[in-house]
Every structure is written in structure tokens, then in C-alpha cells.
Design a protein around this ligand. Structure first.
Ligand SMILES: NC(=O)c1ccc[n+]([C@@H]2O[C@H](COP(=O)([O-])OP(=O)(O)OC[C@H]3O[C@@H](n4cnc5c(N)ncnc54)[C@H](OP(=O)(O)O)[C@@H]3O)[C@@H](O)[C@H]2O)c1
Length: 362
């Protein structure tokens, strides 16, 4: 059937679009059978199939369609779109060709905001920082701009993407004070480590015409210092109309080798409580024990030191935010406490048996 569509003669741009739409519709059907992230390379886009529908096939260009949503974005968009034939990889652009580079405003220019800024700049995007504290000097060192007035941030720079990298605890207050009504048509992305809460805040405070992407890069300045390769990047497309822009943003993480995991915010919080929150709690507990390196460290102990290292560097605000705003965290903390009690009572039980056996032997 696909072959039949591909063989259709095309006489004008309208029929080209309709035909591409139908092809993508068919592909969507295939895609829906398999929800995993896909990397479909030259297999179907590059080998002349677009040519058969009048597509200007770029020579020796590898055409990369990264996932189902990307294909849907082309299909649903229904707008003229172009390829950048000079690029190594197939790139989708808006009508005005403005998807790349993006102008990204980072609200909350602290530890994690700056860490993201470096990566965005390296990816060739324009970055504007914004925070309650003054980061002009840091921003100029990083090679970006900093604004301390929200109206000026929006009016001077017209960011097409706004990343919320504020602490979990302050995000609601920041959104309340921000001129959110000016974020119409903007893609707003949060990177908070709790997702259901962040999603609700964004839906509550942002104008309906804004796009919303809820994300959690499962790494930070410590764990992602050397490379992001293989590190999970969790996201949910909460409300996306301009798919190309959203894909261009996700491409920053894809191209650095992150493993993109599309997941509902609720599911994220469920998993994060039993992984991230436990890791942070363990790190903070071990820090309370003041464990330090010794001349006879085992590998296991080295790992524990690393857990302390990566968790206590994060602010207590962040840790408290995980506890306060992940509905599953309290239960995980209770489970940890019960688990420690069980381990302890098992040891004590063994101790009793051992001592009983010893006294029999004597
Ligand atoms: N660190 C990580 O490894 C990591 C990883 C993934 C996601 N995240 C998420 O990224 C976000 C930022 O994390 P972080 O590590 O930078 O530390 P954080 O302590 O969670 O957040 C610090 C940021 O929040 C801002 N902030 C704090 N209180 C504020 C208030 N009352 N009003 C306005 N802004 C306020 C700070 O602004 P000023 O600096 O201007 O004071 C700073 O930009 C958090 O939501 C966190 O969950 C962090």
C-alpha cells in the first residue's frame, strides 16, 4: 500500500503535502505498534523515497527521524517545511527557518541552570540567564547574556524556549511573579526533579497558547561532568503544538548521547522515589556518619563515598523538595526505616542463636 502511495504522480505542492501526510499516517500506524524510541536512518527516508514524491533528496545526507512524535510533527504540522541539505543530518525547520538556533531563557541560573547553559551554548543556541541573584559575571564567562528583569528578558530577547531551573520549593512563587501572560507561543520546559507537581504548576500558571514540556535530566553537574552519554533524560510532552521546536530542544540531549525516556510524570515520580530519593537519603545518612576515605577502601566503600559526594553537593532545598513534592517519597522513607529495623532484628536474632550455641558448646 505504501508503495502505491509512493508511486503517485505529483503535480503541485498541495498534493505533495497530502501525499507525504498519507505516507506519514501509514508510518504512524507502524510506529504506534512499537513505542520505543527509534532511529530510522537512510532506510526509508534517504533512499529516494522522498524523491519519488518530489522531495529534494540531499546527496549523501543521512536522514534521521528520531521518534514517533517527530514523524507526527511533520504530519500534523501541515505547514511547509524544508530540509537543510548542507547539514550532515536531516533537520526540520519552521516556516521561518528559526528552529535552530533557539533562543533559550534559563530562569533560575544557579548550579543546574548554569550547567544546562553550558550545554545549550555548546549546541549552538543562544542563552539568556535570569535569576533572583546577580549572575552577570558568571553569564559572561559562560558566553551568554544575563537579565535581572523579567520584562526586559522577554522584550529584548524574545526567547522561543524558557527553561525553568528554579528550586522545587520556589518554582510556584517564581511563576506567580513572572509575567507569564507574555509567554504565549513560547515553549516552557521545566527540569524539576519532581514531575507531577511541576506539570500541575505549569498547567496552572502558563497561558494556554504556550507549549509545555516536562523534563527531568537524571544527572547533574557531578554525575554529568565528563559526559552525558547513556544518561537518562525523562520527558513528557504535556502540551505541544510546535513539534519541530520541541524536537530541536530534545535534540540537544539526544546529540550529547542521553537516553531519552518518554514517560508520564506520574510514572516518573513513582520510579524516582524508589531510586533518586533513596540515593539522596542514603547519601545524606552516610554523610551524617561522616564516612571518609581510608587506606584500605574496598570498591563497595568507594561507591558509597561517591554517593555521598554526588548527593550532599546538591542543596538541601532540592532534597527537601524531593521529599515534600514527590507523593511517594514519605512512603519510601518509611520503607527504608522498616528495612533497617528488619536487618537489625535479623542480626540480633542470629546473635541470640550464636550465643546459645556457644554456651551449649562450653
Ligand atoms: N542539581 C542537579 O543535579 C539537578 C538535576 C536535575 C534536575 N535538577 C533540578 O534543577 C533545579 C535547580 O536545581 P539546583 O541544583 O540548581 O539547586 P536548587 O537549590 O534546587 O535551585 C537553585 C535555583 O533556585 C533558585 N531559587 C531558590 N530559591 C528561590 C526563590 N525563593 N526565588 C527565586 N529563585 C529561587 C536559585 O536562584 P538564585 O541562584 O538566583 O538564588 C537557583 O537558581 C531544581 O528544580 C532541581 O530539582 C537539579
Amino acid at each position: 500500500m505504501l508503495a502505491a502511495w509512493l508511486a503517485l504522480p505529483l503535480h503541485n505542492a498541495g498534493s505533495l503535502q497530502r501525499t507525504i501526510g498519507r505516507i506519514l499516517e501509514l508510518h504512524r500506524t507502524c510506529w504506534l505498534l512499537d513505542h520505543r524510541e527509534r532511529l530510522v536512518e537512510s532506510a526509508w527516508l534517504g533512499r529516494g523515497r522522498y524523491r519519488s514524491v518530489g522531495w529534494p533528496r540531499p546527496r549523501r545526507t543521512r536522514c534521521t527521524v528520531t521518534n514517533q512524535a517527530h514523524v507526527l510533527s511533520l504530519y500534523r504540522g501541515g505547514e511547509p517545511f524544508r530540509t537543510d541539505s548542507s547539514a550532515k543530518h536531516f533537520k526540520v525547520m519552521d516556516q521561518d527557518g528559526e528552529v535552530n538556533p533557539l533562543t533559550i531563557a534559563i530562569v533560575g541560573f544557579g548550579n543546574f541552570g548554569q550547567f544546562l547553559a553550558k550545554a545549550f551554548i555548546e549546541a549552538g543556541h543562544r542563552v539568556v540567564g535570569f535569576s533572583r541573584s546577580d549572575y552577570h559575571a558568571v553569564a559572561s564567562q559562560l558566553g551568554c547574556v544575563f537579565e535581572s528583569n523579567a520584562d526586559e528578558l522577554l522584550e529584548r530577547h524574545h526567547p522561543s524556549v524558557l527553561v525553568l531551573a528554579t528550586s522545587i520549593l520556589s518554582t510556584e512563587q517564581v511563576l506567580r511573579q513572572f509575567p507569564t501572560e507574555k509567554l504565549e507561543n513560547c515553549l516552557v520546559v521545566d527540569v524539576l526533579s519532581v514531575k507531577v507537581y511541576a506539570r500541575e504548576l505549569m498547567l496552572r500558571y502558563l497561558p494556554v497558547s504556550s507549549d509545555i514540556l516536562a523534563t527531568h535530566p537524571m544527572f547533574g553537574p557531578e554525575s554529568g561532568r565528563d559526559s552525558w552519554r547513556g544518561l537518562p533524560f525523562v520527558f513528557e510532552r504535556v502540551r505541544i503544538r510546535r513539534y519541530e521546536r520541541c524536537e530541536a530542544f530534545l535534540d540537544i540531549f539526544r546529540s550529547r548521547g542521553c537516553t531519552l525516556v518518554e514517560m508520564a510524570c506520574q510514572e516518573h515520580d513513582h520510579y524516582a522515589a524508589s531510586t533518586q530519593f533513596i540515593t539522596h537519603t542514603t547519601g545524606r545518612m552516610l554523610a551524617e556518619l561522616k564516612i571518609t576515605s581510608t587506606p584500605i577502601n574496598t570498591r563497595g566503600f568507594e561507591s558509597l563515598l561517591a554517593v555521598v559526594e554526588t548527593t550532599v553537593r546538591d542543596s538541601f532545598d532540592l532534597y527537601y523538595g524531593l521529599y515534600r513534592f514527590n507523593p511517594n517519597a514519605k512512603e519510601e522513607l518509611n520503607k527504608m526505616q522498616r528495612a533497617l529495623e528488619r536487618v537489625r532484628s535479623r542480626l540480633e536474632e542470629y546473635d541470640r542463636l550464636y550465643q546459645a550455641a556457644e554456651s551449649k558448646r562450653q
